[in-house]
Design a binder for this molecule. Sequence first.
Ligand SMILES: *Cc1c(COP(=O)(O)O)cnc(C)c1O
Length: 339
Amino acid sequence: MTPIDLRSDTVTRPTPQMMQFMMNAPVGDDVFGEDPTVNALEKKVSKLFGKEAGVFVPSGTMSNQLGVLVLTQTGEEVIIHETGHIYNYEGTTAAWLSNIQLRALPGAKGKLWSEDIKAAIRPKNDWDPHTSVIALENTTNRGGGTAYTREELLAIKQLADENGLLVHLDGARIWNAITATGIEPEFFGTIAETISVCFSKGLGAPVGSMLLGSSTRMKKARRFRKVLGGGMRQVGVLAAAADFAIENHWPLMKDDHRKAKELAELIASREDMSIDPKTVESNIVIFELKNESAVDFLAKMDAKGIRMVPFGPKKVRAVYHFQVDESMHQQVLHIFSGL
Ligand SMILES: *Cc1c(COP(=O)(O)O)cnc(C)c1O
């Protein structure tokens, strides 16, 4: 039996329908700006988030880093949560590429809180780093898929405005945040100067992310993308997959969230594991084991046909995506109940 893969929402495979759609996409040389499918996707997604322009890139790391690059100058400091992707999983690229340093702050639920950001803003003098950007992640990955509320984002935006700071939003899972909170996509465009969105997480496209922002900044980002080797040719085949994913897979996301919640509630009812199901707001379930190591537990679960990843010595992460169907989900619940 093929295992049920809850390791990540990046493990989905393109469906036959998606591949059919990719095959039919009109394409051109995108380095010349002539791929109609890429152009249409950049227009569609930037409009959705209330931004002037978008730049289609191969990965979320590239769109995050282009965001940092177009918002900062050498010697500046970017405030980020200590569990943030840009800080932990992008190989110090912000230091290499943008000549800036990251200031990592703790914060409940994997979120930055405006009072903590306020306390971290540096005084303006010749020796302190110059605070210039607040980098948010929504939903949070290591925070367990939590989403910022409208009020929290407004408070951060107000603080940013009062202090002349810009906001970058790592929206690798912004689709989940929108599904979980009902906040309209344009709202995020009013909070963040640049937004990075991924098509290859819960949406299920094989490749692709996009940076969104003003026309001026995106012109600059396009230049840097080329310099970094990210200029692609007939890439409309991939943009078509992203478009297909937005139209056909995004509506399925609410089901991932329901399933994650059901698993979290079952885990919470067990003596040997712990989780607060209230913190499970989207498709990510991070839980703690009381009596065994994550490694031992995962080996045991693997043998039973469920794959997950360790997230600490006694912590495990399970992530739902649209290719875990209802019968697989019932099987997961059945296995967890029978432990
Ligand atoms: C996956 C992810 C990214 C981008 O990762 P790539 O593997 O480079 O596409 C960025 N931020 C968060 C929070 C992520 O989960």
